[in-house]
Design a protein around this ligand. Sequence first.
Ligand code: HEC
Ligand code: HEC
Length: 209
Amino acid sequence: MLSQYLKKGLLSAIIITGITGLSGIVVASGARPEVMEGASASMLANSCAGCHGQNGASNGPAIPSIAGLSSQYFIETMTEFKSGKLPATVMDRIARGFSARQIRLMADYFSAQPFIRAKQKFDPKTIAVGATLHQKYCEKCHNNAGQMAEDDTGILGGQWTPYLAATMQDYLSGRREMTKKMRDKVERLMDARGDEGLKLLLNFYASQQ
Ligand code: HEC
Ligand code: HEC
């Protein structure tokens, strides 16, 4: 699939090293807007499949699944990648290749795909503690164990743990900005339970399969 695009010259291969703990993977980017302008939503979405999996269900733990995200969250995120507001290893460059109209088309397309929960390891013994922490600090905005797209805050339950861990590091280091209300809760969690609390939460999200 990827090689087919490479042959057509729609995508150019680049080597990225160090995506959130991976030592190095070969990825593709750079869909050219002039080539893609008339493309259908599924054609546009195909150019994401090399990294985000077929229909947005990612197979790579450092890369988030994007199927089933709310279209509002999707549009906001892509727009902020484009402007450089959101920290990114590759998505800033990729998002800049798409117009607002194309981003809306892809948002409709991906939000209509089912979110496939990642098959990943977790420790069954600590799920209950993690669930309590989630309930106390996160559930208010990340409903239904963080599985609900309609609250426009991304998906936590069933998302890949390495991606979530890297994202939390971005938030905690200030690279990615939190809303004030989320920051209050995250700070309270970190004061009360520290890194261990974060691990328990991530384990709880991983257990949603
Ligand atoms: C080269 C691999 C790669 C390609 C191709 C790619 N992505 Fe990404 N995507 C990532 C990575 C890695 C992240 C995490 C942010 C970062 O590090 O840039 C991400 C994050 C995202 C997010 C944020 C998800 C969230 O939960 O906040 C969205 C939305 C997204 N990508 C959409 C797309 C779309 C749409 C395309 C196709 C036009 C695409 N991506 C192509 C690697 C890729
Ligand atoms: C007051 C509402 C609120 C609370 C409470 C909250 N969040 Fe969020 N969260 C948001 C919003 C809004 C976003 C959307 C993106 C952004 O603002 O960065 C978000 C996004 C996220 C993301 C990024 C998802 C992605 O796909 O990239 C993660 C991870 C996250 N929150 C974790 C947490 C955790 C863990 C807690 C509890 C300790 C929590 N949040 C509590 C509002 C909240």
